[in-house]
Design a binder for this molecule. Structure first.
Ligand code: NAI
Length: 735
């Protein structure tokens, strides 16, 4: 079906000639009522004449179209929109096209050259669009075009004033697209190329003649049609070609280390990496952009532990080529097991008949006989243990320098107590950490066709760094630091002198864990415990403490192996409950050295907090308010989602506990929901405030702005959304 503009009212500014004229004719031809605006100025903004607009109106009418002329400058934005309303009763589309040039080298640019350009292009577009905005909002339809220019996108000699104004319009358009989205107001930007009186001074005549405005107009019509859902985008268009532009950002590089000042020398030394666009990302919003910057804080916090690894050796010539290695698959491996392996593993990670709770993992005749969830690493590690890594092209590494850096395991269903599982292992990424390389191995484990679990092994190869690769990867499952408060629970559990000798029977045959002379070569005074053994200890501590030893509650675990443990030492697991996420840290009790860091276990549970299952036990006044908000969402959630369209998180602090509670109000998805504890999705804005101050704000005793400026209320993310809170909180003053 052809695209019709019947019933639509379109304003094109600067439509007396060039591109604007072409747009006006094209809209009118497809049924639109057109306001043909043109001041009739010369190319530098001087003079004034009604002839330009009148001629185009006449042309349209001669073809049977509907059009009126307007001779005001775009600086009188209201008057242009009033013309549309007077003649046709509404305004649907605004094409900001009027323009002039006052080209000068920067040194010779006068105040007038600068101001006139800003006034016509940027301020003019602002004034015309603002005058149309509320009409569009009320009718829940609007299409706006901003006209930028390649000079703004790339810069152009002699056009400092013009480039600044043109890219200013892009910024304006980006925000209008966001603010307009829920009213069906779309705003896009074009950088056109066409022969016109503006370009005839810079282009040869035959090019001016062949780059016709009619090769641009169809793009403007499409962007302004009700069928087009594009918004907030930028296009170059000319000669019948159209291309879309977006921002690209290098992976970048952290140039700061924990507890050390950031220096300009570090910036200089990492310059190539900062500017390397290999595997660049494409952030598309302030939130995405900010999130990655905020993530750096926790990455810096955890970084030190890797470089402080006790076996760090001098860097050696490296044979790593990530482009070759990434995406390579290891040969699939199959493991068949029975209850014997499950029980052997449980004993390996310290389960004992001393604890009656453990029997369900140790006795195949038990009515609830189960396999420990962390057995999921055993079934997958075979793929690596078989020496598969050494066959990967681009991974020419010294296998005596390999350390297990981190582990992530996620279960999609409880593990069976016997069966055959097949694992497929892929090199997800190879990172350059300077002192070493990190190989990220993703393993999917299947029973037949059914995906049972996913592991990410993060393997640190000492001395293999410096190959010029990226330092971070979006594919890495990141460790997370625990909350800054005393742990909510602590479990102390001794390992035995033979713990490693027992654990290795589950399939990790590395002599480092049994052979004293081999351990000595690695710089250890005795064989060390397997990192995955401590991992198993910690996981079962959480399972017992927070999930009543029910394996079906176990969802995922992440740990970083910070330091080795000697068999016979005691493990002290510290735990912090944050909703369904249990942060944990594991230390050697005797030495107080942290051995598992950045670790957490995710449990299945009811993450959605309904008012009914809210406990009053937290002792926070804010709980009552959130309970009420939860009730309201149940009643009028869909309506609120339409009005608000955002996700808000709160971190409520109390008596130095930060946070004492976390809440998320999701008014963006579905019919809205309230969540307690850490939120798995992404909040648009996060507030941190004390329980007391929160209550003062909701009761109207404390002005939120004041609270913000006095530091009582901290805001991360899209601060502008705070204004929408009023819709949710305004009635709580009565509570
Ligand atoms: P043009 O000079 O033929 O058209 C611009 C029109 O705007 C003129 O008719 C002029 O009288 C009118 N105008 C100037 N000041 C005004 C004001 N204050 N109020 C109302 N009308 C006013 O130029 P062209 O090439 O058609 O340019 C259209 C737009 O496209 C401009 O914004 C220009 O900067 C932009 N552009 C054009 C390119 C090209 O290759 N032609 C390249 C990049 C951008």
């Amino acid at each position: 079906m052809s695209l019709s503009f019947e019933g639509r009212v379109v304003l094109v500014t600067g439509a007396g000639g060039g591109l604007g004229r072409e747009y006006a004719l094209a809209f009118a031809e497809r049924g639109a009522s057109v306001v043909v605006n043109d001041l009739g100025a010369d190319t530098k903004g001087g003079g004034k004449s009604s002839a330009a607009a009148d001629n185009v109106v006449e042309e349209i009418r001669a073809k049977g179209g509907k059009a009126v002329a307007n001779y005001d400058s775009v600086e009188d934005g209201e008057k242009l929109i009033q013309s549309a309303l007077d003649a046709f009763g509404r305004i649907d589309v605004v094409v900001n096209n009027a323009g002039i040039l006052r080209d000068r080298s920067f040194a010779r640019t006068s105040d007038l050259d600068w101001d006139l350009i800003q006034r016509v292009h940027l301020r003019g577009s602002f004034l015309v669009t603002r005058a149309a905005w509320n009409h569009m909002k009320n009718q829940k339809f609007g299409r706006i075009i901003m006209t930028a220019s390649a000079a703004g996108i790339y810069g152009n000699f002699g056009q400092a004033n013009y480039s600044a104004a043109k890219l200013g319009m892009l910024g304006l358009a980006n925000t209008l697209a966001i603010e307009g989205s829920k009213y069906n107001i779309h705003c896009n930007t074009i950088a056109p190329v066409a022969g016109s009186r503006l370009t005839e001074t810079v282009m040869p005549p035959d090019l001016v003649a062949s780059l016709k405005p009619e090769y641009v107009a169809p793009m403007v019509l499409w962007l302004c049609h009700e069928q087009c859902q594009e918004s907030g985008a930028l296009f170059e268009v000319g000669a019948g070609w159209i291309g879309k532009l977006r921002w690209e950002r290098s992976q970048g590089c952290i140039v700061r280390q924990k507890n050390q000042p950031m220096t300009p020398e570090a910036v200089r030394d990492q310059w190539d990496k900062i500017c390397d666009f290999t595997d660049a990302t494409k952030p598309a919003s302030v939130q995405e952009s900010l999130q990655s910057v905020v993530d750096v804080l926790s990455r810096v916090e955890l970084e030190e532990e890797v470089s402080a690894n006790p076996t760090a050796a001098a860097a050696s010539a490296s044979g790593i080529n990530p482009t070759e290695a990434v995406g390579q698959k290891l040969p699939p491996s199959t493991v068949t097991f029975t209850h014997t392996q499950c029980i052997l593993y449980a004993l390996g990670v310290g389960m004992s008949t001393k604890d009656p709770d453990h029997l369900r993992f140790l006795y195949e005749g038990h009515e609830d006989f189960s396999c420990l969830p962390t057995f999921g690493v055993i079934t997958s590690q075979a793929a690596m243990m078989d020496g598969g890594l050494s066959s990967i092209p681009g991974l020419n590494i010294d296998f005596t320098q390999v350390l297990h850096g981190e582990q992530y395991l996620e279960l999609y269903k409880p593990l069976p107590t016997s069966g055959t599982l097949t694992s497929e292992c892929t090199i997800a990424d190879v990172l350059d950490k300077g002192s070493g390389a990190v190989i990220l191995l993703d393993a999917n484990t299947y029973s037949g066709d059914e995906l049972i679990c996913y592991n990410q092994f993060s393997v640190f190869v000492v001395g293999a760094g410096g190959f010029g690769g990226r330092r971070t990867s979006e594919k890495a499952k990141a460790p997370l630091p625990p909350p800054k408060r005393a742990p909510d629970a602590v479990v102390i559990d001794p390992t035995t002198r033979d713990q490693a000798a027992l654990y290795r029977l589950s399939g990790d045959w590395n002599p480092l864990h049994i052979d004293p002379s081999f351990a000595a070569m690695g710089g250890f005074k005795a064989p060390i415990l397997h990192g995955l053994c401590s991992f198993g200890f910690a996981a079962r501590h959480v399972l017992k403490q927070y999930a009543d030893n029910d394996p079906s509650r176990f969802k995922a675990i992440k740990v970083r192996f910070a330091k080795p443990v000697m068999p016979g030492q005691s493990l002290q697991t510290e735990m912090w409950k944050e909703g369904n996420r249990i942060h944990l840290r594991c230390k050697v009790k005797e030495t107080d050295v942290v051995v598992l860091s950045g670790a957490y276990v995710d449990l299945h549970g009811t993450s959605e907090a309904s008012p009914e299952n809210l406990t009053q036990g937290g002792g926070l006044q804010s709980e009552l308010v959130f309970a009420e908000i939860g009730r309201r969402i149940k009643d009028t959630g869909s309506e609120l989602v339409k009005k608000v369209n955002a996700v808000f998180s709160w971190e409520i602090t109390k008596a130095g506990k930060n946070p004492a509670a976390q809440w998320t109000i999701d008014l963006k998805n579905g019919s809205g929901s309230l969540h307690r504890g850490p939120y798995s999705g992404k909040a648009d804005v996060t507030f941190t405030v004390s329980d007391e101050d929160f209550m003062e704000v909701v009761q109207g005793k404390l002005n939120p702005q004041k609270a913000f400026f006095s530091g009582k209320l901290k805001v991360r993310g899209n601060i502008m959304l705070s204004q929408k809170l009023e819709v949710i909180l305004k009635d709580y003053a009565k509570l």
